[in-house]
Design a protein around this ligand. Sequence first.
Ligand SMILES: Cc1cc2nc3c(=O)[nH]c(=O)nc-3n(C[C@H](O)[C@H](O)[C@H](O)COP(=O)(O)OP(=O)(O)OC[C@H]3O[C@@H](n4cnc5c(N)ncnc54)[C@H](O)[C@@H]3O)c2cc1C
Length: 280
Amino acid sequence: MKPGAFEYRKATTVKDAVAWLHSDLNSKILAGGQSLVPVMNFRLAHPSLLVDINEIAALHQITFNADTVTLGALVRHQEMAESTEVRDRLPLLAVTARHIGHWAIRNRGTLGGSLAHADPASEWPAVMVALEAQIQVEGPDGARTIPASEFYLGYYTTELAADEIVTAVTISRTRHRLGFAEVARRPGDFALAGSIVEDFGDGQGSVTWFGVAGKPERVVLALPEEESARARSFQSALGKLSQLDDDRHRQQLAVTVAERAFQHSRLTGHEYLTFEGGQV
Ligand SMILES: Cc1cc2nc3c(=O)[nH]c(=O)nc-3n(C[C@H](O)[C@H](O)[C@H](O)COP(=O)(O)OP(=O)(O)OC[C@H]3O[C@@H](n4cnc5c(N)ncnc54)[C@H](O)[C@@H]3O)c2cc1C
């Protein structure tokens, strides 16, 4: 199918984009188009105006500071997989990016688009919640920062107003050991279940899932050395999710992927990156 008629405008500044969104609350931002365009083609979305933000240079940047990294909303998934700095300094992001769709999708799809789209099976929302990221947004009343933990409200629903844009995400680089794992039916498919585990090193840690609940939530839990005790801890953490899917199969997968993510947190950054991408 093809989309209905719409007006198209190309913004070169965030200010213009916000003003156009504000002038027509039935407008939509066009970033990579990898989620929006299929939804429009199926006539599930009927925006009257598309505001293309791809030419806003400031949104493409990745900036490393001493303790933080700031990722612009237009950083593409594939850039995250290939950037030498990201691979060296935050390998979790490079590993995660490899799991998103196929190359063509990764080559166009953007971090900001994925965060705003809020698909509960998407990798980036869960990763940003797991890393306690700060999401920067801009609207007609100026800029504001929303902790990722407060950004997601439920299935495809966020705190973002219709006339606000995600501009960047800031992550602290001083994290403990991190691991990622997901299970999908075929390489390139959305995950049936996925997980990010952070091991604090003192028998405690955190787990964040995607694909198993309406929104990502970070749960702090005990990470005992003994595997069956760890499985019970993951199971109990799963029960704390406010929008847990009632599919028992997914719940079992969730415990399995959390254990794999825990195992991956024991790999060094280099081992992690050379780990077979599709195998986890
Ligand atoms: C076959 C297929 C497989 C896929 N597999 C996966 C997968 O495994 N994992 C996964 O995570 N994703 C997957 N995707 C989705 C892909 O990652 C998209 O790139 C992503 O969801 C949306 O990013 P985008 O830049 O393409 O956004 P767009 O499609 O342009 O926009 C998506 C939505 O976000 C809004 N938006 C975009 N940018 C911003 C912004 N900066 N501020 C505010 N709102 C904004 C748009 O208005 C729209 O509502 C898949 C897509 C396809 C077609």
